[in-house]
Design a protein around this ligand. Structure first.
Ligand code: CMX
Length: 437
């Protein structure tokens, strides 16, 4: 058993009594109250999920295991000579809450390499899907196709044991996560690089192997690590994390759960927004004949989009009320490595004009940019320009957090999800405007 799994086992044993005590002794203590607006409005702000892996503060943004993103990027072990941490070290950190030593991180790197081989039938399947399918649809299908590999499912058939169910879930999560960069790179090269492929490199870690298989030279390996790490988790209520948790709560295995997550992430109000930002920017670029717009020009384009009843992709958030720190990490990266890049200049001009316009527009609760407003610029600069692939990158990163979460879901024996619905008549009665007969 590698050190990560031993440590996780110890952490689970330490944590279980806390959850058990809360349930047994304090189960009927009120957490909060909620309103009709929250019931109709997507359960916004209703506290009904538990995770210790990350927490999203509306003002400050995301913390993983209590640490801000700059802290996480600073403290986790990195490959020799690289600026960004091993993705595998984040996996260790999210699962255990402890920063791995270099040796512990590299043990996970070695473990993931052993789990990387993708069954041939996955490539056969991908080759038989219409080539113009969206890469997120391909990614989702490839993941669910591997369901027959699930160790959790096999163990379940022998008899479900609530106390040990986390172990096969952990094995599935590691097996699946290790394979995702290989699958994503295959989809990318098949769709956009004339179906030519680059074999995986057993010498490389998660991020670097993905970069090489995609066909982009260093420092893109560091870009990939940074990207995957900052997209990994955003507590449990967003569509991708919640979907994974919901599906897994029925004791569906990691393959079913993660495939569903990818489907949720593919929505334009969620992960697909990174693709939509680039599409929007390119429409502006065409209108500007490639010249950098003035702030006045940019204001005009933003108002045109709003007046057409469309959202400004990459702006707004259901929880955040400040600029997303994931936006800032990437903005700092751009200021350091590509300050003169034209696309970055476009995004900077947007940052200057959009918040004020959205405030004037008067609908949004948060006029500030989210992660998706900035992420495509970095990818575009380093040569990954097929922007309908960007949400696959997001999906790869998000898999780290949501898989860590469902391992803990099984460790703590969380229940099958089943919120209650009401009818409109009932809401009208609660509001005091109608009597239900
Ligand atoms: N441009 C224009 N209008 C916007 C807007 C934007 N960027 N963001 C929100 N609004 C509108 C909403 O559509 C809503 O309008 P209606 O009342 O007509 O329905 C109103 O402002 C209030 O919305 P809100 O409470 O501020 O935001 P929500 O919690 O409902 O939605 C989000 C959050 C992210 C879906 C929304 O801000 C949005 O659509 N943003 C653009 C898409 C985007 O960038 N998504 C990525 C989010 C990050 C991620 O998950 O990847």
């Amino acid at each position: 058993m590698i050190k990560l799994k031993e440590k996780l086992k110890q952490k689970i044993q330490e944590h279980r009594p806390r959850t058990e005590r809360l349930l047994k002794e304090f189960g009927n203590v009120k957490v909060g109250e909620y309103t009709i607006e929250q019931v109709i409005g997507g359960a916004r702000g209703i506290k009904s999920l538990v995770t210790d892996i990350s927490y999203l503060d509306p003002q400050e943004g995301i913390r993983y295991r209590g640490k801000t993103l700059p802290e996480v990027l600073d403290i986790l072990p990195k490959p020799a000579g690289k600026n960004y941490p091993y993705v595998e070290s984040l996996w260790y950190f999210l699962l255990t809450g402890e920063v791995p030593t270099q040796e512990e991180a590299e043990e996970v790197v070695a473990d993931f390499k052993k789990r990387r081989r993708v069954p041939l039938y996955v490539f056969d399947l991908l080759r038989n899907i219409a080539r113009d399918s969206h890469p997120m649809a391909m990614f989702s299908m490839a993941i669910v196709a591997m369901q027959k590999e699930s160790i959790f499912y096999e163990k379940y058939k022998l008899g479900f044991d609530k106390k040990t169910a986390w172990e096969p879930m952990y094995e599935d999560a590691c097996n699946l996560l290790a394979k995702l960069p290989v699958i994503a790179a295959y989809i990318y090269r098949m769709k956009y690089k004339s179906d030519t492929h680059i074999p995986e490199n057993p010498a490389l870690d998660f991020g670097a192997n993905f970069a090489e298989m995609i066909g982009i030279d260093p420092p893109y390996d560091d870009v990939a690590r940074m990207y995957f790490i900052i997209h990994a988790d955003h507590e449990s209520g967003n569509v991708s994390a919640h979907t994974t948790h919901l599906v897994a709560s029925a004791l569906s295995d990691a393959y079913y759960s993660l495939s569903s997550m990818i489907n949720g992430l593919a929505g334009p109000l969620h992960g697909l927004a990174n693709q939509e930002v680039l599409r929007w920017l390119h429409e502006v670029m065409i209108k500007m004949n490639g010249i950098k717009p003035t702030e006045e020009d940019m204001k005009k384009f933003v108002w045109e989009t709003l007046n057409a009843g469309q959202v400004i992709p990459g702006y707004g958030h259901a929880v955040l009320r400040k600029t997303d720190p994931r936006y800032m990490v990437q903005r700092d990266f751009c200021l350091k490595y590509l300050p003169e890049d034209l696309l970055f200049q476009y995004v900077e001009t947007l940052y200057k004009v959009v918040p004020e316009i959205l405030l004037q527009h008067g609908k949004v609760k948060n006029p500030w940019p989210n992660v998706d407003a900035q992420s495509g610029v970095v990818q575009w600069f380093y040569g990954l320009r097929e922007y309908d692939f960007y949400t696959v990158l997001f999906g790869l990163g998000r898999s780290i957090g949501v898989l860590a979460n469902i391992v803990w879901d099984r460790a703590l024996g969380y229940s099958i999800e089943r919120p209650k619905s009401v009818t409109t008549d009932m809401l009208e009665e609660i509001a005091g405007i109608k009597k239900v007969s």
